[in-house]
Every structure is written in C-alpha cells, then in structure tokens.
Design a protein around this ligand. Structure first.
Ligand SMILES: NC(=O)c1ccc[n+]([C@@H]2O[C@H](COP(=O)([O-])OP(=O)(O)OC[C@H]3O[C@@H](n4cnc5c(N)ncnc54)[C@H](OP(=O)(O)O)[C@@H]3O)[C@@H](O)[C@H]2O)c1
Length: 171
C-alpha cells in the first residue's frame, strides 16, 4: 500500500505507550498525527520524528474530555488528511474510594476513555474505510477483565473498550 500521503492518528502521544507508538510508526516510515493535552512538547516531538525518520508529522493539542474538542479535532482531521491507522490510546485512571471521588474525576475518566474513543472512531471511520487498507487499535487493559475496588470506574471503562472493539469488529 502507498502510505506516503496517508497518516496514522495516535491519541495520548506525548508520553508512555502513545509516544512509543508514534516512534515505532515513524521508524516504519508512516506519517503521524500526535494528539494530547496542551503544553506537553508535542511540537518538539513532531519535529524530532520528522528529522529522524524523514516522515511527515503533525500535532494537535486538545483536552479530549470535552465533547466539542473531540468534534473539532475530528473535523480538522477529516478535512486535512487521509487516515489509514487510528490508535485510540489516550486514557487515564486512578485510585480513589468511589464515595470520595469528585464528579469531575469520574467524568474525565468516562469522557476520555469511553466517549472520546467511541466518537473519534465514529467520526474517522468513513475516512479509514475509503483507504485500501486501514487499522484501528483501541488500547484497553488487563483491568477490562476484572473489577478492581478503589479504581472502579477505570476497569469498567476498559471493559467498555474491550466490548466496543469486539462489537465493531463484528460490524
Ligand atoms: N501504563 C500501564 O500500566 C497501562 C496498563 C494497561 C493499559 N494502559 C492504557 O494505555 C494507555 C496509555 O497509558 P500510559 O500509561 O502510556 O499513559 P500516560 O503515560 O499517562 O499517557 C496518557 C496519554 O493520554 C493523554 N491524555 C490523558 N488525558 C487526556 C485528555 N483529557 N486529553 C487528551 N489527552 C489526554 C496524555 O496526555 P498528556 O501527556 O498531555 O497528559 C498522555 O499522552 C491508556 O489508555 C491506559 O489506560 C496503561
């Protein structure tokens, strides 16, 4: 497949697993679009990937816990790029007694892990489907397979990702 003009989108690309994904893709000569929260050195990382691996790299800084941001991001992606790989990696959790967690804490986990993953996939699918070959990787967790007290919402959100991915695969 000629992927010279096509891109891989990776959410949560500033650090951890997401950063490892973009480095690996760039090494394989795949153009990348890095997404994460503002002020996480995405500009520097994109430039470094372009220089080291002679690929094209773009970046977009946004808070994926906000619905309008997700819609703006996907609009920009669809109007600017052909996309043949989507890696929904951005995700967060934490350890807190459920009754002591703030509603913001719970909402952010649900919005990023569940809503952003589902909506980015939904909005980018027409773009992915028009490519000769395309791939989606949703990062779940071993936590998907077992409830964990004091984490509670995180494992439940990863069970969603697991079920969502299998359902989508069936379609
Ligand atoms: N680490 C593990 O042991 C482990 C195990 C199983 C599954 N996972 C899953 O693997 C994925 C990556 O984990 P990791 O450990 O590599 O995480 P990490 O180092 O904390 O990185 C998380 C990434 O997600 C981004 N992110 C978080 N909240 C965001 C938001 N509201 N809007 C936009 N981006 C946001 C972060 O951006 P910023 O840098 O801008 O904050 C960062 O780039 C997650 O889905 C996690 O649940 C991790």
């Amino acid at each position: 497949m000629d992927t010279k003009e096509s891109y891989a989108v990776v959410t949560g690309a500033s650090q951890g697993l997401g950063k490892a994904f973009v480095e690996h893709l760039a090494r394989k000569k795949i153009n990348v679009i890095l997404i994460s929260l503002p002020d996480q050195n995405l500009k520097e990382l994109s430039s470094e990937l372009e220089r080291l691996y002679e690929i094209k790299a773009h970046y977009y800084e946004t808070d994926l816990s906000v619905h309008e941001n997700v819609m703006k991001l996907t609009k920009w992606l669809n109007s600017s790029f052909e996309i043949h790989i989507l890696i929904n990696n951005a995700g967060l959790g934490g350890t807190k007694k459920f009754t002591e967690a703030s509603s913001d804490y719970i909402n952010t986990i649900l919005q990023v892990n569940v809503a952003a993953t589902s909506l980015i996939t939904h909005q980018l699918l027409p773009n992915l489907l028009r490519q000769p070959k395309a791939y989606i990787l949703n990062v779940s967790s071993m936590a998907a397979f077992s409830p964990i007290g004091f984490k509670t919402v995180y494992p439940a959100s990863k069970s969603f990702i697991h079920s969502f991915s299998r359902g989508l695969h069936e379609e």
